[in-house]
Design a protein around this ligand. Sequence first.
Ligand SMILES: [Zn+2]
Length: 81
Amino acid sequence: MTVQKILQRFAVPAERIGDSAMFIGRRDPDDFTRLLKIYVNDYIMCPTCKSPDTRTEKEKRISFLICEACGAKSTIKGKYS
Ligand SMILES: [Zn+2]
């Protein structure tokens, strides 16, 4: 997965953060890296095999992370899901 693709996926929940100023207002790259790491852990990386080759799917307001590598399906527990 490219960084660009991660950023594309990152942009979606970032827009949904209630206090958008919190995210957009900060330009500290450390904060961004930290957020990105949290995001990758919660929304991209497969919890079973740690592959970033995943996609998300929504069923009845519940978001699932589906791994293309091992086929694992897990619920997304992140607060922006
Ligand atoms: Zn997997």
